[in-house]
Every structure is written in C-alpha cells, then in structure tokens.
Design a protein. Structure first.
Length: 506
C-alpha cells in the first residue's frame, strides 16, 4: 500500500503544476469521494510513515481553493496532524493554514477553526518554542493575521494533568541538618524523574551521553523497588519480604509500625507497581539499544529471575491485601509489550528493538528450572500469559498479531502439556482469527506465523510426548479391544494400527 501512496504523492505534485490545468479540472468531480476515502484511511492507519503520507495526500490534492471550499472541513484534522508531525509536514501545514487565513473570509473560516481549536492552538504554540526560526516566524504571522480572533480560540480552561495515584510509588529520603541541631527527613518523589528518564531514552535524536545518565538513574532505583526476598534454608514457599531501608527509617521516625487503611495500602501498592513497570520498560529498552546494552548487562536476566523466584516460591497475596510489587502481571505486561515493540515498524528515524533473548523467554526458562512440571502446572501464570498473548491475536494492527504468534511460539515449548491442553481451543481460535481478520496486504506477513504456531500447538498437544486424556466409562462398559492392524495401502509400507489415529473430538 505504501508504494501506491508514494505513486499518488508524485502524481499529485506533478499535476499541481500550472501546465496541467485541464487535468486538474478532472479532479473536481472526484474531490468528495477522494478526500472522504483518504480521511478514512488516515483514521485507520497504524504506522507513522503511512499516516504522514496520507496527511500529505490530503493537503496536496491538485485542486484550486475555490473548488476545495465545500470540502475544507474534512481537511482540518489532517492539517492539525501535519502541524504535529515531521518538519516537512509542519512546513506544509503552516503554508496551507496561512494560505487559508489570507484567502478565506472570517465568517467561513472561524467556525472551522473552532472545531479543532483544542489541538490547533497548542500545535501553533509548539512551533513558537520549537527552536526552528522559520516555523516560529510562520506561526507568528498566522497568529498576527488572525488578529484578535485568535483569542476566541482560548476560551476553554487550561487542561490540567491528573495524577493516577495520590501517592508516589518511589521516594528518596534525605536527611537535612536543622539550624537548631539534628536532622529532618525530607522525602523526594522520584516517579516523575523515572518518567522523564524513560521518555528521554525513547527519543531517537538525543545524545547518547544523556541516555546513559538516564540508564544510571533507572539502575539506582531498581534496588529500592525490588527488595530482597528472604527464603528459609529449606527453600520452600515460606518467603517473606526483608525490611528495606525505608522501613527502617519509618520505624526510627515513628517508633512503631504505621497503621494504614486497606484503601491507602492498595493505592500505594498500585503506585509501586506503576513505577516498577516504567523502570523495567527502561531496562528492556536499554538492553535492545546497541550503545546502552553494556550499561544493563545482566540486569535484564536478574530482573526476570527475581520475578520467576517470587512467582514460583512466594505464596499468593491473601484476599483483601494489596499485591506486592513483584506480582506476575508487572513483569508480564512489560515483557509482552516488548514483544509488540520488537515487531512494530519504527521507520528510519528509530532503530529497531533487537533483543539477544526476549525477556519472556528468559523468564520462562528460569521458571521451568525452579520446580518440577507437576508443580508448575498448578501456577496460574501460564494461563495468564496465554490469555494475554491470545488477546494480541485479535488486535487490529498486524504487528500485534505477529507479536502474539511470536509469544505463543516462545510459550508453547515451555508450558506444561496439561496446561496447554486446557487452553488448546482458545489458542486455536485466536490463531484462526488472524486469517479471518487480516487485511489482504497483511496476510503474507501474518499467515505464515499463525500457521507455524498452530502446527506447534497441535504437535505439542497430540504428538508422541503428549499423554492421552483419560475418558471416564461406566463400570458395566468394558474397555475396547486393541484395534487390528490395517493393511498397508502402498506396497512396502508398514501396517498402522487404528489406535494410532486420534479419535474425533480428542
């Protein structure tokens, strides 16, 4: 599809020249259907490069402004997306908006600007602070040509950023000296610092020095979030959390254990899990970066092993009590998102995310080494991973479907057969849904992965290593006699007993 968009882009640029005025007239009857379909494809597009191509096609349709007047409402959202896009798109969007402000009457243009004012004005102000003098001057010219009308677009109240949790999940206690003597503890919240460090690592055009400093901040917070786990010498499931430095400081300050309500404890637990997800995401992101992998060497394996030990040996949280920070969904959310990011098209500006081993595979390999298969089959972690991966198979973007197949290919060989048999039907439905829901240009990418994964499921469930499922019979019904061998259909082929073929519904 991208090739067709590039061909249309070149064609539109050629036709826009004044030499082809007669050809431009042929577009007048096509404008409505053309722009409506381009806007529909833009709304359904998933990749950034495809979105930019469709935005450019919408704004460069070869037609004069007087013929575009009835269809300008369709172009307002592509215009806003252009102002928030790449430098080429920003230049095109500013040029198009300035042309409209100069040529159209305020009575016609103002209602259209009001429909997108919540996104248009921040986009213009963003260009004033972008550091690009050409874009800043163009934005000032547009605001000046609007005159006092630009203040009509600022009637709404300022959008404030809401906090998901009332308390910070990660705090640093600093003891400052008092003028009268002694020290006073001051708690500095670090959630926002972790958020900014992760955002810095995700930006493609940031100097590697600052990214390394962000990784060092992430590494220093890891020990505060994941406290040591105390296991008895027997190595059984009696695992207790060792007291952290923060717990000791609280006990020293108050003299007794703090009594908190269940609701407050639950909010603190959710805040800890949220910041832990960001820290683990940053570690996985650094491990996939060629210049940052040495900074986190061994940390990804250590984090995956930490969660595997906690899940395999730690008793589950009691009902009514908040889940600990090492709850299985914390790591699984990030590990499965890493699979999606590894398959997602990132364009030329962002390097691909390449892992030596996927974090999900490291976690499952170590989990299988901690306990026998019979004990692992009792854990709910395999059902939870299967549910999350099957959910990816039903998503619209093709790269999420592929990530679901890749995750299932990692999970199936490492999953107990008894657990896999219980979810075989759900997995098969999810894989078949990939064929049903994939677009025509995506089947070539997704069908091969889905087919290979489905074959792996069937071989694992019904191959020679799988145990046959027991069938309950009434006491009066005797067991069937062994089936006789069938004569070979081809000369020289061995006789195969009928019992070797799986029964229908097995």
């Amino acid at each position: 599809a991208t090739s067709y968009y590039l061909l249309l882009k070149t064609f539109f640029r050629s036709v826009s020249d004044r030499k082809f005025e007669h050809l431009q007239k042929e577009f007048i009857a096509l404008l409505k259907n053309l722009l409506e379909n381009l806007c529909k494809m833009l709304a359904a597009a998933q990749e950034d490069d495809t979105k930019e191509l469709l935005v450019e096609l919408c704004l460069t349709v070869p037609a004069r402004l007087n013929f575009l007047l009835p269809h300008i409402p369709l172009l307002m959202k592509p215009l806003v997306q252009a102002l928030n896009g790449s430098p080429e798109m920003v230049h095109l969007g500013l040029k198009k908006l300035e042309n409209w402000v100069e040529s159209l009457q305020p009575a016609f243009l103002d209602p259209l600007l009001q429909s997108v004012k919540d996104d248009l004005m921040p986009a213009l102000y963003k260009q004033l602070q972008s550091g690009n003098n050409g874009f800043a001057l163009a934005a000032i010219r547009i605001l000046g040509k609007l005159g006092g009308r630009n203040r009509r677009l600022l009637r709404d109240q300022t959008q404030l950023e809401a906090r998901e949790f009332g308390d910070d999940g990660l705090k640093l206690t600093v003891h400052l000296a008092k003028a009268s003597g002694g020290t006073a503890p001051v708690k500095l919240p670090l959630d926002e610092a972790v958020k900014q460090a992760l955002a810095l690592m995700e930006k493609p055009n940031v100097d590697i020095y600052y990214k390394k400093q962000a990784v060092r901040l992430i590494k220093s917070t890891l020990g505060c979030l994941l406290p040591p786990l105390k296991i008895r010498p027997g190595g059984d499931a009696d695992m207790k959390m060792a007291p952290t430095l923060e717990d000791d400081l609280k006990a020293a300050e108050s003299g007794h254990a703090a009594l908190v309500t269940a609701e407050l404890a639950n909010k603190r637990s959710l805040a800890n899990q949220a910041v832990c997800r960001k820290v683990i995401t940053a570690l996985f992101l650094a491990s996939s970066h060629p210049d940052l992998a040495d900074e986190v060497d061994g940390l990804v394996d250590g984090v995956c092993r930490y969660f595997a030990v906690a899940i395999a040996l730690c008793p589950p949280a009691e009902e009514g009590f908040p889940k600990p920070v090492h709850a299985e969904e914390v790591l699984l959310d990030v590990a499965i998102d890493a699979l999606c990011q590894g398959e997602k098209p990132r364009g030329d500006k962002k390097p691909p995310m390449v892992y030596t081993l996927p974090p999900l595979q490291i976690f499952l390999d170590f989990l299988n080494s901690l306990a026998p298969t019979e004990e692992l089959a009792k854990l709910p972690v395999f059902d939870n991973i299967t549910r999350m991966l099957c959910h990816l198979c039903y998503q619209r973007p093709w790269w999420q479907k592929v990530a679901g197949c890749v995750g299932l290919q990692i999970l199936i060989p490492r999953m107990p057969v008894s657990c896999l048999l219980s979810v075989e039907l759900s997995v098969s439905r999810a894989l078949v849904a990939i064929w049903r829901d994939s677009a025509s240009d995506e089947v070539a990418i997704t069908a091969e992965k889905a087919y290979a994964t489905l074959a792996m499921v069937l071989h694992r469930c019904h191959g020679s290593t799988a145990k046959p499922m027991a069938v309950d019979r009434p006491p009066s019904v005797p067991a069937p006699a062994p089936a006789p061998a069938v004569a070979p259909a081809v000369a020289g082929a061995p006789a195969v007993p009928l019992a070797a073929y799986p029964a229908a519904g097995a």
